[in-house]
Design a protein around this ligand. Sequence first.
Ligand code: MF3
Ligand code: CO
Ligand code: CO
Length: 252
Amino acid sequence: MIVIKSEEDLACMRRSGQIAAEVRDTVAARLSPGVTTGELDDYAAELIKERDATSAFLGYKGYPRTLCTSVDSEVVHGIPGKRRVELGSIVSIDVGILFEGFVGDTATTVMVGTSDERVVKLLDATQSALAAGIEQAVSGNRLGDISNAIEKVARRAGFSIVKEFVGHGIGRTMHEDPQVPNYGPAGKGPRLKAGMTLALEPMINLGAPEVEIMDDGWTVRTRDRMPSAHFEHTVAIHNGQAEILTQWTKEG
Ligand code: MF3
Ligand code: CO
Ligand code: CO
């Protein structure tokens, strides 16, 4: 069942989205060689607390930390810890916060210093795929139009799409109906309408699409150990249009 949000609900979701975006970009700005993912997580916990919000991840199905930090071949759900970020790495920072009863969920992938040209293209294509998906999140379209737009951008750039993990409805809980695959035919699936709120999150691989879960039970990484990128926005369909609730800030 897809939960339709009222104007009051959307006002709350704007605030939780804004907080999630601020934390995402403030933490991302901290990325530099030598910092550990655990330090980034502690920083995020502080920022979230300062804003009277709570992490939507901490304790979710037993998840142990505030953020997900996924480095290089890690796709999503990397657990922050002692790992040091290196020059040339790419790091996905995924932030989920709960504020006034609503969740905001957003991610960016940041390059630490410079990396090779293919990796630069991978980040660019994943962000463009997200933008193309968001453009389709308008009243009257179907869910498949979002999925298909994301898939097209990723494939045209020559990259592969992770199929095992998907975007999702979002609201009072982090994961609501519907699931939003990052691939599939246009013109299919539920019709989109005002008050729907979706977290769109392409996960795009430089090499092959296959992924595996590491022994920690959470971290998803590519089987071929090639890099993977992940960008995510929480989006509302409002006045027929796509409204991004987790807009990039100046730092972002
Ligand atoms: N933020 C992830 C998503 O985009 C979910 C993370 S769940 C956690 O859907 F438990 F790993 F944090
Ligand atoms: Co997320
Ligand atoms: Co999400």
